[in-house]
Design a protein around this ligand. Structure first.
Ligand code: ADP
Ligand code: ADP
Length: 237
């Protein structure tokens, strides 16, 4: 469970990106955060895994105020909260499975992964994660040989391999064509429903948000201007 309590985020240059934000997100929800460019969507999402620090208020994850977490505690938080980016953030010159295995290796030991030191159990977990997003047959292909949609599914598999409770997705389909976007969104939906992993997705395709999310949070100038089930959303928000 995630709870924002009177959260402000002011960047060092003085830009106020979030203003007195109050939100509660329960385990297993599929939430789409929508709003114009610059509204604060990305900031909102990135505070949840401490990519950004909040300036005021409290941000609770499973009852713990994450503001005060340090070092290893932040790494543990990020293991429980997967992150998916618009740009996939994969190592494109190595194989798909090696990219997934990266999730088992501490940040400072990437070399281990590149030279192929990992356990059989880790390899099985990586292959299972690839199977869940339908790209098991691509496991030994280099990432730069895959389409954008396939690459995003590798990123999703990498996140799944660490057994997250929550997946944050920052514009995950922004660089994909409509057909591929649908495949990727279907994966998010299936993961959300079958594995009860919360999905919090920042997305500017409102019609996609309406099709897939259970709940819509509308943000404008750092404030929540709409928050409700998708069925309650009308065209004029
Ligand atoms: P969105 O994701 O809705 O496009 P952002 O959260 O990226 O919005 O940005 C919200 C506001 O904060 C914008 O005015 C943006 O320019 C500003 N902003 C975002 N990141 C930074 C940063 N690192 N430093 C200063 N201002 C930032
Ligand atoms: P995206 O749309 O993928 O969130 P942006 O173009 O909004 O990307 O931001 C790219 C990077 O630049 C982010 O790390 C964001 O925090 C930072 N950024 C965005 N707006 C500003 C700003 N006004 N000043 C400084 N950094 C910013």
């Amino acid at each position: 469970m995630i709870e924002f309590m009177n959260v402000d985020k002011i960047y060092p240059n003085g830009t106020q990106a979030l203003q007195n934000l109050n939100l509660k997100i329960e385990q297993g929800e599929f939430v789409a955060v929508i709003g114009l460019s610059g509204a604060g969507k990305s900031t909102l999402i990135r505070c949840i895994n401490r990519m950004h620090d909040i300036t005021e208020g409290q941000l609770l994850v499973d009852g713990t105020d994450i503001t005060n977490l340090r070092g290893k505690q932040v790494r543990d938080l990020r293991r429980r909260i997967g992150m998916i980016f618009q740009s996939f953030n994969l190592v494109t010159r190595i194989s798909v499975i090696k990219n997934v295995l990266v999730s088992f290796v501490p940040d400072n030991a990437l070399w281990r992964n590149i030279i192929g030191l990992y356990t059989k159990q880790q390899k099985v977990k990586a292959l299972e994660a690839l199977d869940k997003v339908g790209i098991l047959e691509k496991a030994y292909i280099r990432v730069d040989q895959l389409s954008g949609g396939q690459q995003q599914r590798v990123a999703l598999a990498r996140t799944l391999a660490q057994n997250p409770a929550i997946i944050l997705a920052d514009e995950p389909i922004a660089s994909l064509d409509p057909v591929t976007s649908k495949l990727v969104m279907d994966d998010f939906k299936r993961i959300n429903k079958e594995m009860n992993i919360s999905v919090i997705m920042n997305i500017h395709h409102v019609e996609v948000a309406l099709e897939y999310a259970d709940r819509i949070i509308g943000v404008r100038a750092g404030e929540v201007v709409f928050d409700g089930p998708t069925s309650k959303v009308t065209d004029d928000i």
